[in-house]
Design a protein around this ligand. Sequence first.
Ligand code: SAM
Length: 226
Amino acid sequence: MAELDVGFQLVARHLDATDRPAEFDLLGYSWHLLPEVFAPIHTASTELFSDWLPYPAGGSFLEIGCGAGVTAVLAALRGCARVAAVDISGQAAANTALNATRHGVGDRVSVHQGDLFGPLDRDDRFDVIFWNSNVIPTPEHFDYSHDIEHAIFDREYRAHRRYLAEGMQRLTPGGVLLLGFNSLGDRVWLDRIAAELGLEFTEYRGETRHSGHVAVTFQLLQAVKR
Ligand SMILES: C[S@@+](CC[C@H](N)C(=O)[O-])C[C@H]1O[C@@H](n2cnc3c(N)ncnc32)[C@H](O)[C@@H]1O
């Protein structure tokens, strides 16, 4: 399947040390980049979503899958009073903590290593929840061989299903559950999961970018009750 091939090419780029700076510039700031963490320099997703997100001034923001921490740190810099950031990769969690300290928001950004909402207190709720997700679905028997593959591939969209189901339970009244998706993902499969959960998506914002000969449409989707 073509999307799986594009995914493996992206994995290879991430593992190529010659194509990997220890720092990068994005959205007016410089950022640390640790090994095996999703690198916002290879695709436009981090930049676009971080720029588009409706950060709740004075409110609470949860980023699932924080990677190098650009979005979580920007949320704090743009006025969120409380930011939580979670990543399944310990290296990504460390990277986010490093960048929160670098930009003076370590007191407002709590960083956790773990699976989706697992590391959070049971009663914790957020005004905005967001995940720039691992959009390429894989078959049931896909074996992850590097941490970075979790940034790109989701086995049978199991994590997406849990993100939507549990994310809706984690919102404050009037809160917003957002998913950063793109056209390398399987929108039909995603919509089917949403429908099974009594949800559907509205498009908050979208844009098409070209990476070499591949055109990718990035979409910030809001999950709402049907
Ligand atoms: C596409 S990357 C986005 C990284 C970062 N937010 C950015 O925009 O640069 C997806 C991130 O989700 C994380 N991830 C994947 N599955 C996860 C899970 N079950 N729980 C928490 N994080 C997960 C990956 O490790 C990766 O850092």
